[in-house]
Design a protein around this ligand. Structure first.
Ligand code: DX5
Ligand code: ZN
Length: 227
């Protein structure tokens, strides 16, 4: 299983966003994670579809767009048109999550659902056939730089098992608190896409990306024998 890194631009230098994204992608980051917050679903406001559109012109990297917004139905068209490669909707947002996933896929964009730390995995298992990726929040959404919630490790294992049992071609992403020090354990639990914000954009970006890939190689070997 190939493990992928999705650096969260929330911790990048917004005044030099293109430069920071290119540095991460040139160093080998497979995805670029874009955190969209509306100040309502979460207590913070970040960026919207115009920034996705601007990034689309700057990079061919996979734009992994995480919508932390109350009403995805109002904005899905904008994020599709902006050039998102993956759009992730919260199960806890308003509207019909299954319908949202179908709409994203019908537009030729990869569809994903995400759950907050307190939402049970069982709630989204019925949605797996509609998903190209599922995301487990490992911090409460809203801010970068928080600590990984240890109880979430079991949710990663549970979701990995549900994906394997059903034979779904669905990636399992985690988001929040991933560091070089805990990533091998996260990968061993079954995650195959790691979002990391502060641990990538804090300090030497290229060096951090390379170090995550080093950890993935070690972690991936361990993941083989925990299956
Ligand atoms: C949190 C965001 C995350 C965040 C991760 O609401 O969804 O993507 O930027 O940041 P770190 O890796 O610093 O926890
Ligand atoms: Zn995120």
């Amino acid at each position: 299983m190939e493990i992928k890194l999705s650096p969260s631009i929330l911790s990048a230098d917004f005044a030099n966003l293109s430069r920071d994204v290119k540095t991460a992608v040139d160093a080998g980051a497979e995805y670029v994670h874009v955190d969209v917050m509306d100040g309502h679903f979460v207590p913070n406001i970040t960026i919207g579809a115009p920034v996705v559109k601007a990034l689309r012109k700057e990079t061919d990297a996979v734009l992994d767009v995480h919508l932390m917004i109350s009403d995805p139905d109002k904005y899905l068209d904008d994020f599709i048109a902006a050039g998102s490669d993956i759009i992730t909707v919260h199960y806890e947002s308003n509207g019909d999550t299954a319908g949202q996933l179908k709409k994203i896929r019908a537009a030729g964009v990869r569809a994903a659902v995400v759950i907050k730390p307190k939402t049970p995995v069982a709630d989204i298992v019925p949605l797996l056939p509609l998903c190209d990726m599922v995301l487990v929040m490992t911090v409460e959404p809203g801010f970068g730089g928080q600590g990984f919630i240890p109880e979430c490790m079991d949710k990663i294992r549970e979701l990995r098992k549900a994906i394997s049992d059903g034979g779904f071609p669905c990636e399992l992403e985690i988001d929040g608190g991933a560091k070089l020090t805990n990533t091998a354990d996260i990968v061993a639990a079954g995650a195959d896409v790691i979002v990391a914000g502060s641990a990538v954009f804090g300090g030497d970006i290229a060096d951090n990306v390379r170090k995550f890939h080093e950890v993935f190689r070690t972690g991936a070997e361990r993941a083989e024998w925990v299956k």
